[in-house]
Design a binder for this molecule. Structure first.
Ligand SMILES: [Zn+2]
Ligand SMILES: [Zn+2]
Length: 90
């Protein structure tokens, strides 16, 4: 109980490195090892992209109202090479 409350506060206080420019905005495609580019925060256009995302992320958004998804900054990455979509939380 104590640790989960503490964790939420830590999450809430954390700043997103990708939004703030001190974290990397490129990451490697797990499929083709190409460069995946940051498309921005997933919460900004979740409705457009949710059908394409991995089930675990859509479940996270739809299933749990206490989810930290609004506190956590989750970014959508799209591979330049093969078009694979992936998400990464900061
Ligand atoms: Zn961010
Ligand atoms: Zn790829």
């Amino acid at each position: 109980m104590f640790t989960s409350i503490l964790w939420k506060e830590v999450q809430h206080m954390r700043e997103c490195g990708i939004c703030n420019g001190w974290d990397q905005t490129l990451h490697l495609c797990p499929k083709c090892k190409g460069m995946m580019e940051d498309q921005g925060r997933i919460t900004d256009f979740l409705d457009d992209y949710s059908p394409y995302l991995d089930q675990k992320w859509t479940n996270l958004v739809d299933g749990d109202e206490d989810s930290s998804i609004t506190e956590e900054c989750i970014h959508l990455f799209i591979c330049d090479e093969c078009g694979l979509r992936d998400v990464q939380s900061s």
